[in-house]
Design a protein around this ligand. Structure first.
Ligand SMILES: NC(=O)c1ccc[n+]([C@@H]2O[C@H](COP(=O)([O-])OP(=O)(O)OC[C@H]3O[C@@H](n4cnc5c(N)ncnc54)[C@H](OP(=O)(O)O)[C@@H]3O)[C@@H](O)[C@H]2O)c1
Length: 248
């Protein structure tokens, strides 16, 4: 069954949803929802080849799961199709797929949704988020869900401590997310896989608007590949994005 295509909820409506109420104080100075991007790339920026990811690093897949489980994930149709059928939908998180052909996605309205724009994807993700915690309980969005960077298979995360939406690719969707004024991308988790690979899809370039913080230093995967994890943030202290899209 296809369906639950969300149309017609414009940026103004979203701005109203995410804006703080009068007098309300939020930890990031603005919205209490954080939108993050997450990807793995080669040192040259390759993220995909022939419709899939040209490496298998289980530690990074676990990091991806721990980062995104419990939160809505937004993706382009080709990223959805890049997952082997037995691994989709990604479990434990609402899967929101953007496509101009919603019939091409097996949306069921309970785990998988197909929408026809990024705007509609965010509107739906906001509806699917858990309720906002009380102001006193609110964890600092974008800073609270990562602990224990020294654990054996990468940092362990505590899902559900912040209201997060994760944009999981591909590059056009990350770019749209970065430029999306009502609720821009302010965080990116980037795993660098130390492989010399050729590919046809590349990570966006994060410009100097983004600050880098090492999450996990170089480690060797059980597969023998070295990898490192960094977090990039922008506007995190104030909830504002100062200039440009910050991404190219
Ligand atoms: N290494 C990583 O971490 C990582 C992460 C994600 C993806 N990847 C790789 O990247 C590749 C896929 O990325 P991609 O850039 O080719 O494709 P993509 O962004 O996943 O999907 C593109 C498709 O999404 C739909 N779409 C995107 N924005 C839209 C909008 N604003 N309105 C309507 N539809 C929209 C369109 O679908 P329709 O054509 O159906 O209209 C478009 O053709 C694969 O190789 C995948 O393995 C790697």
């Amino acid at each position: 069954m296809n369906g639950d295509v969300v149309n017609g909820q414009g940026s103004d409506a979203l701005a109203a949803i995410v804006a703080p109420a009068k007098g309300e104080r939020r930890p990031n100075g603005g919205s209490n929802v954080a939108v993050g991007g997450i990807w793995a790339q080669s040192p040259d920026g390759v993220i995909g080849a022939d419709g899939s990811i040209p490496w298998h690093v289980p530690e990074d897949l676990r990091f991806f799961s721990r980062s995104t489980v419990g939160h809505p994930v937004i993706m382009g149709r080709r990223t959805w199709e890049s997952f082997p059928e037995r691994f989709r939908p990604l479990p434990g998180r609402p899967n929101i797929v953007i496509t101009s052909r919603p019939d091409s996605v097996p949306a069921d309205g309970s785990q998988v949704w197909a929408v026809d724009s990024y705007d509609a994807a965010v509107a739906l993700a906001l509806r699917l988020l858990p309720p906002a915690p009380g102001a006193d309980d609110a964890a600092p969005v974008g800073t609270s869900s990562r602990t224990d960077a020294a654990s054996s298979d990468g940092p362990s995360l505590v899902p559900g401590t912040a209201r997060e939406i994760w944009v999981i690719g591909g590059p056009g969707v990350w770019r749209e997310a970065a430029a999306y004024a009502p609720l821009p991308l302010t965080r990116a988790l980037v795993t660098t896989i130390e492989l010399d690979v050729t590919g046809d899809t590349h990570a966006p370039h994060l410009d100097d608007e983004w600050a880098r913080r090492e999450v996990a230093d170089w480690a060797e995967s059980a597969k023998g590949v070295r990898y490192r994890i960094d977090e990039y943030t922008r506007g995190a202290a104030t909830g504002t994005v100062t200039r440009g899209d910050g991404i190219a």
